[in-house]
Design a protein around this ligand. Structure first.
Ligand SMILES: *Cc1c(COP(=O)(O)O)cnc(C)c1O
Length: 816
């Protein structure tokens, strides 16, 4: 057990305040993930976009009493009951604590790195090594400078085997991870292009990754990755290899696909064997072969290896959020079910604003290595700490421990029993986390909860959204505030979910077009300041009621606003200036009356003044943009002078952030970029696509030369063709201009052109030569068929295609 005072010796820091020495039980780096204040040690880490010191007071209020900080100013007075350790770097202190913890254990620890497959191999090995080994492993893909220490911290006396993955993006990082994981054996998966930009060349990247293995007794790898092989030899690391081409410990002589399996023949210890792998894709087969060599080396019998391989399941790394019956909302996480995974999923549940009660449907936890008593005791603590109000347990073990859980509970022996008794009436307006180990087949439960919809969905990748957000943040000078535009249903991506994520990632402001949009965000628990760009006079009562801040762009609107403003209430407004866009906004001519009115209403405070660029995305308009920027600076200065106080000044949209970085002023307004489209085109590569629109095939037909397809008989077949009718039309937002070959969709990775006119609810595509069947998935736009290309094809802009996706198309939000 670690106590607070010991931290001084472990980290080289100084204990500056200590009332009573007490045990350190939980490590916390993200204030939003606090679940059990007692025993929690918070590390105030300074990141690129965030400074953990900002959250000290909030955590103190919530009961946290142990802190590691870099800055001390005033802390002792503010937090008289806290134990405080001051260090040079809180991140390094966290790593030192984890390294110290790791050193207390003598079990075999496998370190995994490489470009692809780390997480899957880790999950599979944990499955394959069970039940003999009680495996502790990194939760999800916790492989970073912060993720690795948190993973290693889970090590407990009952574990017999550890598997931790390590991921790096620049030189110098692996050395630190090695020091924390202290692997006794290693596995190098392969080397690809991921994070190439952080290294001089691939060789440097391999050399850096190899740092993880500098003290291992044995390294597993595939001898066919030449760069890896050379580096291992050069560093004289003891190795155990497999190869398809060369001399190796395990030599693969053939692999053939048979049905849903791949049969691999291999030679090991001079004997020929074969193994059936229950997958056919190359990546899965490579991952399984990595697992095979580890098991062979450990001396597992060939029959056991085959038995366990047969039961391997694909690892669903996606965690999805989606609407369900009776106003319920599902978080679907069937990744695995262990304590660490459960805790992460519960964090996500707790981070969602309230909409009705919070329900957890949970299967038995498998392979935890803990005595059941203790395990379910901890599950009960976790569910309580995350404010789960209703628990539905599925499985004999959780059922046996049912009495540990308080509140509204129900238990079932099996998924089948739950489904038999399931009635949709029992669930209404709840936020439901579905978390089950693979073997429980919880996807059937998810299906029971899902609304019947036609097969068209818009998948929104929340990780990509965060990536794009951080990309734009990296361009901002420190102190520049960030407003994100979530107008028009967050550019079609789903207002509330996107707003919630942005709130979680601490942007400063949101903006919507209409009061109704703002009201809906407030009703879903969004507390960030929200600017409303087009508040109509009849919506002002609502605006006040929901604490929304209007953009005021004309004297008429200002008079309407002032007539609804009470003298005893404070209001915040934003002044829009017209600097050349000629859409909305004041010009200098209005200033006399504008400031007279404002002077008469001191309870109304201008918080910001702004303008909008008409052509920020094109160099063609640079002179005009510069004129606007200059105009704005002059007018904004006059606004401040006349008001007699300073206000936030902002003018840049997404394109402006990229092209006029010197004009960030106090805040920028990010729009399309966060949704994955870089409108200047010059930095598209740096962004990740966020939305994928998918549909399905309803019917396949053979038509003969000379026949026609669809309305007005526009699709004329010049030869015999195979066509597929797909379940998307212009009422779903699929533009009618895509008719007659202007548009294409993706099917089995191949492009299929639209034939005939797009109809209201469906359209037809030509699939001659493509192995298409009814119910196959069709991508309408996505990473391989970009919005930019499609917009060009029909002479519009990506904004229009994105925002046109109709609300009847179901949105599914996911993260990995
Ligand atoms: C929509 C909008 C933005 C964002 O523009 P993008 O090109 O999507 O970045 C910024 N400011 C105002 C006033 C807007 O209406």
């Amino acid at each position: 057990m670690l106590t607070f005072y010991q931290l001084q010796a472990i980290t080289g820091g100084t204990v500056v305040q200590l009332l009573q020495d007490s045990p350190v039980v939980h490590l916390l780096t993200d204030s939003r993930k606090l679940s059990q204040p007692a025993g929690t040690l918070f590390f105030a880490i300074k990141g690129r976009y965030n400074d953990g010191h900002v959250y000290l007071s909030q955590l103190y209020k919530l009961g946290v009493r142990q802190f590691v900080v870099e800055e001390m100013a005033g802390l002792m007075q503010l937090y008289p009951e806290a134990s405080i350790l001051q260090v040079q770097s809180s991140l390094e202190a966290l790593q030192a604590v984890a390294a110290w913890h790791r050193a207390q254990f003598r079990i075999p620890v496998l370190g995994i790195t490489g470009s692809n497959g780390k997480t899957i191999i880790k999950e599979w090995l944990a499955q394959l090594l069970s039940p003999e080994e009680l495996v502790v492993k990194s939760p999800r893909s916790y492989n970073s400078q912060i993720g690795v220490p948190l993973s290693v911290w889970q090590l407990d006396t009952n574990h017999t085997f550890g598997i931790f993955e390590a991921g790096i993006s620049k030189p110098g990082e692996m050395q630190k991870l090695q020091n924390i994981i202290q692997p006794t054996i290693g596995l190098f998966t392969n080397i690809g292009s991921a994070h190439d930009e952080g290294f001089a060349d691939r060789q440097q990247k391999v050399g850096e990754k190899l740092q993880l293995f500098k003290q291992v007794k044995l390294l597993f790898y595939c001898r066919d990755h030449e760069l890896v092989h050379e580096a291992v030899l050069a560093n004289a690391i003891p190795a155990f290899t497999w190869s398809r081409k060369q001399q190796a410990d395990v030599q693969i002589s053939s692999s053939t696909i048979s049905g849903h399996k791949t049969i691999v023949s291999y030679t090991w210890q001079r004997e020929q064997h074969s193994l059936a792998i229950p997958f056919t894709d190359d990546a899965s087969v490579e991952n399984a072969l990595h697992c095979l060599v580890v098991l062979l080396h450990r001396g597992m019998s060939l029959t056991d290896i085959q038995d366990r391989m047969d039961r391997l399941q694909p690892v669903a790394m996606r965690l999805e959020m989606k609407e369900a019956i009776n106003g319920c909302y599902l978080i679907d996480d069937t990744y695995n079910n262990d304590l660490a995974g459960l805790s992460i999923a519960l964090d996500l549940l707790a981070s969602q604003p309230r909409r009705g009660r919070r329900t957890l449907i949970l299967s038995d936890l498998l392979e935890s290595g803990m005595a059941e008593e203790k395990l379910y005791g901890e599950v009960a603590v976790l569910t309580k700490a995350h404010q789960v109000e209703r628990l539905i347990g599925v499985g004999p073990t959780i059922q046996a421990h049912g009495s540990k859980f308080g509140g509204d509970t129900a238990f079932y022996t099996s998924t089948a029993e739950f489904l038999q008794q399931f009635s949709s009436e029992q669930f209404r307006n709840e936020l439901i986390l579905v978390k089950g180990a693979r073997v429980f087949g919880f996807e059937k439960i998810v299906q029971a909860f899902q609304q019947k919809v036609h097969g068209t969905v818009l998948e929104v990748n929340l990780d990509a959204l965060v990536h794009n957000l951080n990309y734009y943040r990296s361009k901002l000078a420190s102190g520049t505030k960030l407003m994100v535009m979530v107008k028009a249903f967050a550019y079609g991506s789903g207002s509330f979910e996107v707003a919630n994520l942005l709130q979680f990632h601490r942007v400063d402001y949101l903006a919507v077009a209409y009061v109704d949009e703002g009201v809906s965000l407030r009703e879903h628990g969004i507390t960030l300041p929200i600017m409303v760009m087009n508040p109509s006079p009849d919506s002002l009562a609502k605006l006040h009621q929901y604490s929304l801040e209007p953009e005021i762009y004309s004297l008429e609107l200002l008079r309407d606003f002032l007539s609804t403003a009470r003298p005893d209430v404070n209001y915040k407004i934003h002044l829009k200036l017209d600097t050349g866009m000629h859409r909305l906004g004041f010009t200098g001519d209005d200033f006399g009356e504008l400031f007279t009115l404002l002077a008469q209403h001191p309870q109304v405070r201008v918080v910001s003044t702004f303008s909008h660029l008409a052509g920020a995305d094109e160099a063609l308009h640079d002179d005009f943009s510069r004129m606007q920027l200059q105009n704005f600076r002059t007018l904004a200065a006059e606004v401040e002078e006349r008001l007699g106080y300073t206000v936030l000044k902002h003018i840049l949209n997404s394109a402006g952030i990229v092209r006029f970085p010197e004009h960030q002023l106090d805040m920028v307004r990010l729009g399309i970029g966060v949704y994955g489209v870089e409108s200047t085109g010059s930095e598209q590569e740096a962004l990740q696509p966020v939305s994928t629109l998918k549909t399905t095939i309803s019917q396949i037909k053979q038509i003969r030369a000379g026949e026609t397809v669809g309305y007005s008989r526009k699709g004329i077949a010049d030869t015999d063709k195979t066509i597929a009718t797909i379940a998307i039309g212009y009422a779903d937002g699929y533009d009618r201009r895509f008719s007659n070959g202007a548009g294409e969709v993706l099917l089995h990775g191949r492009r299929a052109p639209i034939i005939g006119n797009v109809c209201m609810d469906m359209c037809m595509v030509e699939v001659t030569g493509i192995p298409a069947k009814v119910d196959d998935e069709v991508t309408v736009f996505g990473p391989q068929l970009t919005l930019v290309e499609l917009a060009q094809r029909i002479g519009t802009i990506p904004y229009e295609l994105l925002t046109n996706v109709s609300t009847r198309v179901k949105r599914i939000f996911f993260s990995e």
